[in-house]
Design a protein around this ligand. Sequence first.
Ligand code: CO
Length: 133
Amino acid sequence: MLGRINHIAIAVPNLTAAAMPYRNLGAKVSSAQPLPEHGVTAVFVEFDNTRVELLEPLGENSPIAGFLRNNPFGGMHHICYEVADILAARDRAVALGLRVIGDGAPKIGAHGKPVLFLHPKDFSGTLTELEQI
Ligand code: CO
């Protein structure tokens, strides 16, 4: 059920500083894109096989604010795997005893596709996102 890694998200306190080493090492780095409905500003670093998303908090209730309080220099926030059918993936996860965050209803993620998050306690401390492609 888990397909390709769609992206790896890294929460950062400063996007310009965070993007610099990727840019200097020759990666393709986007401009900063504010995503107010998701409480972040994002820079996308494109690779042949996946993408790294650098996420800086935006606004008062950013979902990554608490993570950055605990990790003030930034850190890996989540990994996103592609799935063909988000509801089937959710039902399979639940049947396996994996914890879905929130009410279990998929939300529209930062790429306009349905997403769900699975609890880091079930993935060795790593918040896990499923995105329907
Ligand atoms: Co994500």
